[in-house]
Design a protein around this ligand. Structure first.
Ligand code: ZN
Length: 450
């Protein structure tokens, strides 16, 4: 690896200059601006390092698919990333303008520096260096870059299914998010899934005077609260039939990986509370990463302004997200929720499904996952923290469930990258280590023969 790492280090200024070209393109997916020019610029970079690049079309912005010349019998590594960025507002909170990349104190400041241009561009630079040093790539590489991640990737399932033959690989690796606050790298083997629902109870056809109609008019706010209490008990147990039963028990390896993670004490400070919610018998990591939740994101009904207003509200709405773990299925859970509500006599409450992403988890002993752990260790010089899952949700089920391959997340950006916030930044060291990690990943994956 040393000759490859040496070239990566020696060429870091050139790599930064090329990254700056991409960071100057304000590809804000929420506004649909500059998406195609950004995808085309990335495609040109992919071609310049010897990949075949094509834009995949849907009714949204294009995705980039770039592939290396096919090497018969060699493993295939798929890198997934996204070239769209979060809106930069508020602009006056930025020290330098978000789309004029600037270097200060070892960091690159720009919208998209860490989330996610600096991370997926690291893959391209690694392809370039490995190919030049060795004469050719020792494996097949597929780079798949989404243009809609920041708006929930609405066309990603359609694109993945339509191009499944070209996207199917031996392993999917996503470089996104931040490494650990302690400075240690991480390899994450899964994500929680998500079911997002809206529940709406209706009463009279308009808000009514509670003196003139109270006692006769049905109150939808109480109706909704009663239904919510029939979904989750005070002890946190979710009572939808099949919900708990479909949680796959942790393997011994997953349990010891959770036990090996440092106690998340910083989370208490960050939340400003003195203890964690939920079953005290479970560890905080198990609750955060490997247990499902039934979360009420908001409830709106009637009068919540200042002073009294005596009404019986006409409707009440709640939004809920359920974070799901293997083997829970969001579509089956939605059906179970609707039939649970109806069995208990709440058939009049409208329940709408707003989003459904299944969970994804790759076994900790997967040979390609182990290769990712070795690659990170070679690039960083320290062993990574191994997470069986992330608490958050990403559409990795498209790789694991739809395409049937293992999928791991290896975050390259610094923990204080301020993604989605003003002054987003990526340390030059994180970028350099990212390129090294992508190069090491290619060599480690290439070393695995079926
Ligand atoms: Zn983001």
């Amino acid at each position: 690896m040393k000759p490859i790492f040496d070239v990566i280090d020696a060429e870091i200024e050139r790599s930064l200059a090329e990254l700056f070209e991409l960071l100057r393109i304000p590809s804000v997916s929420a506004r649909g601006e500059n998406m195609r020019p950004c995808a085309e610029a990335l495609a040109r970079h992919a071609q310049s390092v010897g990949l075949d690049a094509e834009l995949l079309e849907s009714s949204g912005p294009p995705a980039l698919l770039a592939t290396s010349p096919h090497l018969q019998g060699a493993p295939t590594l798929l890198f997934y990333g996204h070239y769209d960025v979060h809106p930069p507002e508020p602009l006056d909170a930025w020290t330098t303008p978000p789309f004029e990349p600037t270097r200060r104190e070892g960091r690159i400041y720009a919208r998209g520096a860490g989330d996610n241009k600096g991370q997926h561009f690291a893959h391209l630079k690694a392809v370039d260096v490995v190919r030049r040093i060795r004469g050719s790539l020792p494996l097949n590489v597929v780079l798949f870059v989404d243009g809609e991640e920041e708006v929930g990737s609405p066309h990603l399932p359609e694109l993945v299914l339509r191009h499944s033959d070209r996207l199917r690989a031996d392993v999917a690796v996503t470089a996104d998010g931040s490494f650990d606050a302690s400075g240690k790298p991480c390899v994450v083997f899964g994500v929680r899934g998500m079911l997002y629902v809206e529940l709406r109870a209706r009463g009279a056809r308009r808000d009514l005077h509670s003196g003139n109609f109270g006692g006769l008019a049905p109150n939808p706010a109480w109706r909704l609260v009663e239904l919510l209490s029939a979904i989750r008990r005070a002890d946190g147990c979710v009572t939808i039939p099949g919900f708990e039963e479909s949680v796959r028990p942790l393997t011994r390896a997953e349990r010891s990986a959770l036990d090996a993670l440092p106690f998340p004490g910083g989370l208490l400070r960050e939340m400003g509370v003195d203890r964690f919610a939920g079953d005290p018998a479970l560890s905080p990591w198990e609750k955060l990463l490997c247990r499902p939740t039934a979360n009420v994101a908001g409830i709106v009904s009637g009068w919540t302004g200042s002073g009294p207003k005596t009404i019986v509200p006409a409707s009440a709405t709640a939004k809920m997200d359920f974070r799901l773990v293997p083997d829970q299925d969001p579509d089956r859970l939605f059906d179970a929720l609707v039939s649970h509500a109806s069995t208990l006599g709440f058939g009049d409450v409208d329940i709408k499904k707003l989003q459904a992403w299944p969970p994804s988890r790759t076994p900790l002993d997967d040979p390609f996952g182990r290769a990712a752990i070795r690659a990170v260790e070679r690039a960083w010089g320290v062993a990574p923290l191994v997470y069986p899952s992330l608490g958050a949700s990403l559409p990795h089920f498209l790789f694991t469930r739809e395409l049937g391959m293992p999928s791991v997340l290896v975050p390259y950006a610094n923990p204080d990258q301020s993604n989605h916030a003003p002054n987003e930044n990526l340390t030059i060291e994180a970028f350099r280590r990212g390129i090294r990690t992508s190069a090491a990943l290619m060599l480690e994956v290439a070393g695995i023969r079926g």
